[in-house]
Design a protein around this ligand. Structure first.
Ligand SMILES: *[C@@H]1O[C@H](CO)[C@@H](O)[C@H](O)[C@H]1NC(C)=O
Ligand SMILES: *[C@@H]1O[C@H](CO)[C@@H](O)[C@H](O)[C@H]1NC(C)=O
Ligand SMILES: *[C@@H]1O[C@H](CO)[C@@H](O)[C@H](O)[C@H]1NC(C)=O
Ligand SMILES: *[C@@H]1O[C@H](CO)[C@@H](O)[C@H](O)[C@H]1NC(C)=O
Length: 585
């Protein structure tokens, strides 16, 4: 319901527009806090690690996705961007739009330093669609060289422009700032979420923060989106988690896969709170209940509220954010996939950071975890379908998947285990799946596993990234381990080759075991068990590049497994920055 104060905000903005715009135009981009050491020269000739269908600009550094939304049928992606180099610094909001979340059109930077309240940087934030289909952005501004953080507001200059190319900042920014009275730590106060509206017509928003080692979601309330008051207590906090970056808080339906709007409450939804932990660079989420009377969030009993809790992704994936796509009734998750290469290599290649393929996200039937799946639009990029007949893969064997381009592919495989009783016994002290995967990597045989895919493999297997399962016999159920082993991904040892792992909540007695991997030159983004565990990896092969890469299905366990289905496709290059790349030629 469009309340009167919301309307008057826009009236106010219309009145102030002239002034604000003059100010915007009069200002120039000020970057007084230069972190970048070298300006990117023309692109080096060989770029084997640039992606074909994952979002990335032609050059320079990117990180967090910001303010994703759909407006008049057009998807908006803003993202943290350094216009001056391949390392973090000089941060502005770059902007692209799309009708399918895969192919994108670039626009001029949407938000960049132009006010005292963001003079030293425009950091992450979120969009909220106000009643009457009016998008509004809250973002973090940096006001001094000590990185003191405040929250600012911007609105589109012209709501008739479906691309929302120009944004006008509220002249009275900042709206929220650290003070002695509110006890907010000014260097740990950032990343406002999408706001939600209570039945009391009051908006709420949370901002990531910490007090000593306690991570928290500071809660603010407002009637008009301009005047915000800090609540006495945070929405939620968790001890020993350190600074919470990019919090996200949203409802999920308890039935089916449809998403719901942020302002949905009641018995038919559960709530999810996600935090990105600055200390460990992991994200975790809990599932719980939001009591809007108390304005507090309570994780369900058993939902682990710490770094060892559930993750959207057990690999390289950070600063994620969801939004509700009201046109397709789904909630979509975006996330930043960082490099695993050295800063020197990033500068050499002239760019760093990609966006993960957008994922639809919903609550699992168990109500104990979320499920994610690449958005259906991605399937339009598929071509050259290859299908392998159902077959046994005996212990110690592999088969090549030919007919697709192994560096730019989408592959789905599912397995059935003829004799589960052969599984090795699970040791209950194995509580850390990542550690287990690094100790029991792709070269360590057990009875059932490793079996899965070898992506970006060189002909002689000097290089490969192995995504695989191992099955163990637990006390009263089978335990499925999903791993992404990068230890042999490249002959170049300057890269972070950490092996990632997750326990996959699939019962191999009654369910097939499925794996889907999106392979894109330097990315292997994998979805186990239909999206119950996801692992994104960055790899930089030196041999398995372009036409020299191969794709295999393998089983290095001692017992045979059965491939039920294997479908693979080459992926067409997405149109992402084509006009700009033309300009650069
Ligand atoms: C607003 O956008 C519409 C659609 O692009 C355009 O026709 C119109 O001229 C714009 N108005 C202003 C004041 O720029
Ligand atoms: C405030 O944040 C800064 C930056 O992380 C940190 O060094 C400082 O210890 C924090 N202070 C408190 C009281 O948490
Ligand atoms: C919210 O908390 C209040 C006060 O403890 C309680 O009376 C109410 O039942 C709670 N509501 C829900 C939906 O749990
Ligand atoms: C990004 O990757 C670099 C290189 O591996 C690492 O040093 C840095 O901590 C990472 N940052 C995040 C947020 O993952």
């Amino acid at each position: 319901m469009a309340n009167r104060s919301t309307f008057s905000l826009f009236l106010l903005f219309s009145l102030l527009l002239g002034h604000g715009v003059t100010e915007l135009q009069a200002s120039h981009h000020v970057y007084q806090h230069l972190q970048s050491t070298s300006e990117t020269k023309s692109s080096p000739p060989s770029q084997p690690y640039r992606t074909g269908y994952h979002f990335q600009p032609p050059k320079n550094w990117i990180n967090d996705p910001n303010g994703p939304m759909i407006y008049k049928g057009i998807y908006h992606l803003f993202y943290q961007y350094n216009p001056k180099g391949a390392v973090w610094g000089n941060i502005v909001w770059a902007h692209s739009t799309s009708t399918d979340l895969i192919n994108w059109t670039p626009h001029p930077h949407a938000i960049y330093p132009s006010q005292p309240s963001d003079h030293y940087g425009c950091w992450s934030g979120s969009a909220t669609i106000l009643p009457g289909d009016k998008p509004i952005i809250l973002y973090t501004g940096i006001i001094d060289p000590e990185n003191t953080q405040v929250q600012n507001l911007a609105v589109p200059k012209n709501l008739s422009d479906p691309y929302l190319r120009e944004w006008v900042k509220y002249p009275q920014n900042p709206l929220m700032e650290p003070t002695i009275e509110n006890e907010i730590n000014g260097s740990s106060f950032r990343d406002p979420t999408t706001a939600w509206l209570g039945h009391d017509n009051i908006w709420r928003v949370i901002i990531g923060s910490k007090i000593h080692r306690k991570g928290l979601a500071v809660l603010y309330r407002s009637r008009d989106f301009k005047k915000w008051t800090k609540a006495k207590h945070p929405l939620h906090s968790a001890k020993d988690t350190g600074m919470w970056e990019c919090p996200d808080f949203f409802p999920v339906s308890t039935s089916g896969q449809n998403g719901v709007d942020a302002s949905t409450f009641g018995p038919n939804v559960k709530h999810v709170l996600k935090a990105s932990l600055d200390d460990t660079k992991h994200e975790y989420y809990t599932i719980g209940t939001y009591n809007i009377t108390l304005d507090r969030y309570f994780p369900d009993k058993g939902s682990v509220d710490s770094d060892s809790g559930l993750r959207y992704d057990y690999g390289k994936y950070y600063a994620s954010k969801t939004f509700f796509d009201h046109e397709k009734n789904r909630r979509i998750l975006l996330g930043w996939i960082n490099e695993s290469s050295s800063v020197a290599d990033d500068i050499k290649k002239g760019w760093a950071g990609v966006q993960a393929i957008p994922r639809k996200i919903w609550l699992d039937k168990s109500r104990k975890q979320l499920v994610q799946w690449p958005i259906v639009e991605l399937e339009k990029q598929r071509e050259n379908h290859v299908q392998l007949p159902s077959q046994f893969l005996k212990g110690g064997s592999r088969i090549e998947v030919s007919g697709v381009t192994p560096v730019q592919a989408d592959v789905e495989i599912s397995f059935e285990i003829p004799d589960l009783k052969k599984a090795e016994v699970f040791n209950p002290s194995w509580t850390d799946p990542q550690l287990l995967c690094s100790q029991k990597g792709a070269s360590v045989k057990s009875a059932l596993g490793p079996f899965g895919l070898l992506a970006l493999a060189s002909k002689d297997l000097q290089e490969y990234t192995a995504i695989f399962f191992k099955i163990f016999k637990g006390k009263d159920k089978y335990v499925v381990l999903m791993c992404s082993d990068q230890s042999r991904s490249s002959l170049n040892d300057d890269n972070d080759k950490t092996t990632y792992g997750a326990f996959l909540n699939v019962d191999p007695v009654h369910e097939k075991l499925s794996l889907r991997s999106l392979i894109d030159h330097s990315i292997v983004e994998s979805f186990g068990g239909g999206g119950k565990a996801c692992i994104a990896a960055r790899v930089y092969p030196t041999l398995a590049i372009d036409k020299n890469a191969h794709l295999y299905a393998f089983n290095y366990g001692t017992e045979k497994v059965k491939i039920l289905n294997l479908n693979a496709w080459s992926m067409k290059k997405a149109h992402i920055f084509e006009s700009v790349i033309e300009d650069l030629k």
